[in-house]
Design a protein around this ligand. Structure first.
Ligand SMILES: *Cc1c(COP(=O)(O)O)cnc(C)c1O
Ligand code: SF4
Length: 337
């Protein structure tokens, strides 16, 4: 038992500023391996990053298992030789984003929902991501105080849900999000705001007091769709960020990507569902990988993916089983497998 001595004051340290933590991310493969006691493996890695930088916040590194070269969090961020291999069918624009663009930073593919590419940045660079080929430099809806994007939404009353995506929309400063909030005030047909973000998982300090105040102040319903692929991505800091999001009135869902070597077995996927539910998060989608160049070594076959889902359905309550989907350019929704 721990007892405080009489008169002792327990003061919690000032919360770390998320921008500072972001700047302090690990960006060098050798440093990352050294931190994990894997420095001897450095010679087996490619020099350089194939044009897509290594970037991972230190708090996420702290959740990796030291000494384990196959750690499921490490495999998501470490540049490897396999990325340089050309695989048939793995292309630059795997999901037809270029065709679906309607205004600056607006993708309108599905009925009722418009997706804003709010930011081109992320706090982490995931090696399997389509973004490795799209820094989305000029595509940001946030440019010009969101004007073009919001004007597009205003002219289409069928859009009742606005989705902020990216990149990671929470890479934007809260002040930038507040501008959006003001713009939404005269779009009464938008009844839901959805935010697709990996930041509460990889840099939970982002969910700070001013962000929570902003989110809580919005009059519409709020959905935050997280992105975690493995139970080990959750720790008490992520639990706390999720709790703050729920206190601000957000419904929390998760989308994961099925990744070979990371989460392609039923035990791992079941553990992910159970663990995220402890944080108040329900599984939403389990995505088959977008077939982007450089990610072929992560792909899981459809047959294996379906078998995994059968096992999950037999083991878990229905609400902990994600929907297995693939995104196909031109489809009216994500395609169930
Ligand atoms: C995935 C996606 C959505 C959201 O689809 P839901 O099935 O509602 O989650 C919306 N717009 C675009 C362009 C998308 O890619
Ligand atoms: S956080 Fe999401 S958008 Fe950013 S690199 Fe990872 S998968 Fe891609």
């Amino acid at each position: 038992m721990i007892t405080a001595s009489p008169g002792a004051r327990i003061t919690s340290p000032a919360p770390a500023d998320w921008r500072q933590l972001w700047r302090d991310s690990v960006t060098d493969s050798h440093e990352l391996l050294d931190l994990l006691g894997l420095g001897h493996l450095a010679g087996q890695l490619p020099a350089g990053d194939a044009g897509f930088a290594l970037r991972v916040p230190r708090g996420f590194v702290a959740r990796m298992r030291p000494g384990d070269a196959r750690d499921p969090l490490l495999l998501q961020v470490l540049p490897r030789w396999a990325e340089r291999e050309q695989a048939p069918g793995f292309v630059i624009d795997a999901v037809g984003d270029l065709a679906a663009r309607e205004a600056q930073g607006v993708l309108h593919k599905y009925h009722g929902r418009a997706l804003l590419i709010a930011s081109g940045s992320c706090a982490i660079n995931c090696r399997y991501c389509f973004r490795r080929h799209f820094p989305y430099g000029e595509e940001m809806a946030a440019a010009g105080q969101w004007r073009q994007a919001l004007e597009h939404v205003r002219q289409d009353p069928s859009i009742n849900e606005l989705i902020l995506s990216g990149g990671d929309p929470l890479a934007l400063a809260t002040a930038k999000l507040e501008e959006l909030g003001r713009g939404l005030a005269d779009l009464p047909h938008v009844v839901r705001l959805r935010i697709h973000t990996r930041l509460p998982v990889v840099l939970p300090e982002r969910i700070d007091a001013s962000f929570v105040d902003w989110l809580g102040s919005l009059p519409m319903q709020k959905v935050v769709v997280l992105h975690a692929n493995h139970a080990n991505e959750f720790d008490h800091t992520v639990d706390a960020a999720c709790a703050r999001l729920r206190e601000a009135g957000a419904t929390l869902l998760n989308q994961a990507v099925l990744l070979r070597g990371v989460n392609d077995d039923a035990d791992t996927l079941a553990a992910l569902s159970e663990r995220m539910f402890m944080a108040g998060v329900l599984p939403y989608y389990l995505h088959q990988l977008d077939r982007v160049q450089g990610a072929a070594h992560f792909e899981v076959s459809d047959a294996h993916a379906r078998a995994l889902l059968d096992t999950l359905r037999a083991r878990l309550p229905g609400y902990l089983v994600p929907r297995l989907v693939r995104e196909m350019g031109g489809d009216p929704s994500k395609r169930p497998l």
